[in-house]
Write a protein that binds this ligand. Structure first.
Ligand SMILES: Cc1cc2nc3c(=O)[nH]c(=O)nc-3n(C[C@H](O)[C@H](O)[C@H](O)COP(=O)(O)OP(=O)(O)OC[C@H]3O[C@@H](n4cnc5c(N)ncnc54)[C@H](O)[C@@H]3O)c2cc1C
Length: 397
């Protein structure tokens, strides 16, 4: 097994943009071209600011192009747990914000000609045993109490490969899946056509530094001078922004099979509290991720190396749960930012006079949550305030 690999999504021809050479001046420098950096960039140029994006590798080369391809609203915990952890009001505000962001993201995808890279037909949160079924029922009840969508599915109504007597599910009609790399490459292309200067293979070295009234951001071959810098590097957050030490890098594993001729999963499935997740792509492949909890201490790393034991466990799940024997064509890992609370971080970086802002730490559920955080950060850059500033945790919490 190769130790580091290309995800299914990234396995397509691509011509990278040139690196930054020399000096560039701009209103805002965004570091990281994943969903968080690109969503923030879009909001900033909509507000009339000029933006330079610096990306260490390529657009969607981090977790945004190495995930399972799920488009999920809500926070990492089940909703009743979010209420217990953060209080009912905040949990509801987070959930509402993700539903709004999910809709907005799909509208933006439409406007950049990328809507067809999404499939939105609902997602099943599957309880794999009686204990978890209790939680899924509590989740369903809490969502219903607060007026959010979600429909309980009893064991007999589960899709055939997943049906077992002690199981239950919760169907969330707003969720779905996405080809994340096609979507984000399309978004980046439109941003570039609107004047964003996007430099790839341009790793930022060291935290953005004060520079007169502004900020200086350095790469090996260039420097960006700007009024504000936004750090959107999720799993690498604490490396570039030391006050964000509560966000720790963690690797997650996934695989994809060759296309199957038969339909196995009618919709994406999120099982065992989201530890396992699988869906079938438009061309019939099964994409499956999970078992990060079996990865133990080794999972706490900033290196996107596949884990042989986790991949072997994924193989077993594929055979035993789904009855799929198709060959596996892609195995990959990606690094995400994990915080114990588990709330994402966003806002000003302490000690920078509000000149450096950061977002990240989505605990492996960042596609929609980064979209939410990008609004907070862009509002703060543009107006100095955000109505959603208290939604997530401060960068140094
Ligand atoms: C296997 C797996 C499964 C997942 N499943 C889901 C899921 O089901 N649903 C969901 O919503 N989310 C899921 N996620 C998480 C989701 O992919 C992330 O939360 C999200 O993509 C984070 O986006 P981001 O833009 O903040 O970070 P990233 O996509 O990681 O982007 C950060 C970018 O910053 C760049 N960078 C880092 N350091 C520097 C530097 N010094 N200079 C310049 N650039 C730098 C990186 O190269 C990278 O491109 C999963 C992730 C993985 C790995």
């Amino acid at each position: 097994m190769r130790s580091s690999s290309v995800s299914l999504w990234q396995d397509e021809p691509y011509r990278p943009r040139a690196p930054l050479e020399g000096e560039a001046r701009t209103d805002v420098c965004v570091i990281g071209a994943g969903v968080g950096g690109l969503a923030t960039t879009r909001r900033l140029i909509d507000a009339g600011l000029s933006v330079v994006v610096l990306e260490r590798h390529e657009v969607a080369s981090g977790a945004s192009g190495r995930n399972g391809g799920f488009l999920i609203a809500g926070a990492a915990p089940m909703y009743h747990d979010s209420r217990r952890l953060w209080g009912r009001e905040r949990a509801a505000a987070v959930h509402r914000a993700t539903l709004t962001a999910q809709r907005e993201l799909l509208e933006v995808a439409g406007s950049v000609g990328a809507r067809h890279h999404f499939r939105v037909g609902g997602l099943l949160r599957l309880a794999v045993n009686a204990d978890e079924a209790g939680d899924v029922r509590a989740n369903a009840a809490a969502l219903a109490e607060d007026g959010f969508p979600g429909q309980l599915v009893e064991a007999g109504d589960l899709p055939a490969p997943l049906a077992r007597p002690d199981r239950a599910g919760l169907f969330l009609p707003h969720d779905g899946s996405v080809h994340p790399v096609r979507w984000l490459r399309a978004l980046a292309g439109v941003l570039a056509s609107r004047g964003v200067r996007l430099f790839e293979h341009s790793a930022v070295v060291g935290p953005p530094a004060a520079d007169g009234d502004g900020v200086r951001v350095r790469t090996a071959s260039g420097v960006v001078r700007c009024d504000r810098a936004v750090v959107a590097v999720d799993g690498d957050l604490a490396a570039l922004v030391p006050p964000a030490g509560a966000v720790r890098p963690r690797r997650l594993n996934a695989l994809a099979t060759a296309p199957l001729r038969r339909a196995v999963l009618p919709f994406p499935v999120y099982a065992r509290y989201g530890h396992e997740y699988a869906h079938q792509t438009a061309d019939g492949r099964i994409v499956l991720g999970g078992f990060s909890d079996l990865d133990g201490d080794a999972s706490w790393t900033a290196r996107a190396e596949v884990s042989a034991p986790v991949q072997a466990r994924l193989d077993r799940w594929l055979h035993e749960e789904l009855g799929v024997e198709a060959p596996v064509t892609h195995r990959w890992a990606g690094v995400v930012g994990f915080a114990e609370d588990p709330l994402p971080r966003c806002g000003p970086v302490p000690g920078t006079d509000g000149r450096v802002l950061a977002l990240g730490g989505y605990n492996g559920t960042g596609h929609v949550q980064a979209w939410v955080a990008s609004r907070v950060v862009a509002d703060l850059v543009v107006t100095g305030r955000s109505p959603s500033a208290g939604l997530y945790a401060p960068v140094d919490a």
